[in-house]
Design a protein around this ligand. Structure first.
Ligand code: GDP
Length: 385
């Protein structure tokens, strides 16, 4: 019966071996982390990998084309410029809109006497229209009301509207100059005192140009303010515009130069250059801005120098405007923060002071809250129409 004994022993050994193999393979299955890289899976026993199917799954990859289309899908679609002032002009007629109110007062009295005119004049001056333009406006209004024998308020309103449009200057050319030589981009420099909304305006204007199918590059030449380059880069990223920048404290002129050079290499339509505004002395300002412009012009002509003025700063803003116009040749003005400022009259003063048109107005902090200036729509906004 010896053979019976040996058969039993062989059976026990075989069963133990099978159990061992089963336990060992079972551990291997647990050691493979879910979602492990293919390399980790390859270390595991092949039949286990195949068993749970992990090793055969293709690794998720994104082709360059897919990445590009994903990026495009995430970009903002900026609002077309033409629609903007229609949407934003209501912001000129906020609760602080003294002009609309004063007009209402003027027209609601039975008889317009000298006191009524004085009050009206004071309101115009308070809206930063300036003494000269205020006198002209009141004069022409008095004449028109007398000559036309205007009795009802709707007609008087129409007269005021047309007189206001006249002093705002509907005939001025407010187009952004984007002419450029073949192979060169149009270059726009943004200048102004720190805090007026210069960097924000570069970002907003970039969006507006993108909405007009222009290719744009930003130059972050405000190297004095730590956050400015970062701020501009973020603005650009939202609409697929690149920003040329360097470390804080670098020479602004060299950043501007590099931006224009890169703009030429990339063949973009427009290079928008932000500049530093934290310059306390006129001499410093003169040196800095003059140098930035000269250095850029070694590469391409600067077609526009836009001065950014904060509309809420009144006479201070005008003083700044004067200083800037002495150091660089300003070609247009951007008036920011006109939303609810009750200071719309500054448009007229600044145009007279500098002899250049207001080309854009800022009416809020939203990305598309910058609009091309239009005299009629602006006056309608001021009058609360
Ligand atoms: P910079 O120092 O001249 O470059 O000024 P920034 O671009 O950093 O802007 C200063 C502040 O003004 C920011 O908080 C902007 O959001 C704000 N700002 C700019 N334009 C407008 C505008 O049109 N309306 C309002 N309400 N705020 C604005």
């Amino acid at each position: 019966m010896d053979w019976v004994f040996w058969v039993i022993v062989a059976g026990i050994v075989a069963a133990t071996a099978v159990a061992y193999v089963a336990v060992r393979f079972g551990r291997r299955v647990q050691q493979v982390e879910p979602g492990a890289e293919p390399a980790a899976l390859a270390d595991a026993t092949p039949d286990v990998s195949v068993a749970d199917g992990e090793a055969e799954k293709p690794v998720a990859t994104t082709t360059a084309d897919e990445a590009a289309s994903q990026a495009v899908a995430e970009l903002d679609t900026p609002e077309a410029p033409a629609a903007r002032l229609t949407r934003l002009r209501r912001r000129l007629a906020g609760s602080q809109n003294n002009l609309a109110r004063a007009l209402g007062d003027l027209l609601s009295v039975d008889k317009i006497d000298d006191d009524t005119w004085d009050d009206f004049e004071a309101t115009l001056i308070a809206s930063d229209l300036g003494v000269g333009p205020t006198n002209e406006l009141v004069e022409s209004l008095r004449k028109a009301l007398a000559v036309g024998g205007v009795s009802d308020s709707a007609s008087a309103r129409r007269v005021l509207r047309s007189e206001l449009i006249k002093i705002v200057g509907p005939e001025m050319d407010r187009e952004l100059t984007l002419d450029h030589a073949p192979q060169l981009p149009a270059v726009v420099m943004m200048v102004g005192v720190n805090g007026t909304g210069k960097t924000t305006t570069v970002g907003k204007l970039g969006r507006m140009l993108v909405a007009q199918d222009k290719t744009v590059l930003f130059g972050a030449a405000d190297t004095f303010r730590a956050a400015a380059a970062e701020q501009l880069t973020t603005w650009g990223e939202r609409v697929g515009v690149n920003t040329v920048r360097s470390e804080e404290g670098a020479d602004p002129a060299s950043v501007a130069f590099n931006a224009v050079e890169q703009g030429i290499t990339e063949g973009v339509d427009v290079v928008l250059v932000d500049t530093a505004g934290r310059l306390h002395t006129k001499v410093g300002l003169m040196d800095e801005l003059g140098k930035v412009k000269r250095v850029i012009e070694k590469k391409a002509p600067v077609g526009e120098v836009l001065l950014v003025i904060d509309a809420t700063t009144g006479q201070n803003g005008l003083t700044q405007a004067r200083i800037f116009s002495e150091v660089v040749n300003i070609t247009g003005v951007v008036l920011t923060k006109l939303d609810g400022s009750a200071k719309g009259g500054i448009v007229v003063q600044v145009q007279r002071e500098l002899g250049v048109p207001v080309k854009f107005i800022g009416l809020g902090e939203g990305p598309d809250d910058l609009a091309p200036f239009d005299a009629e729509q602006f006056v309608d906004g001021l009058l609360g129409d």
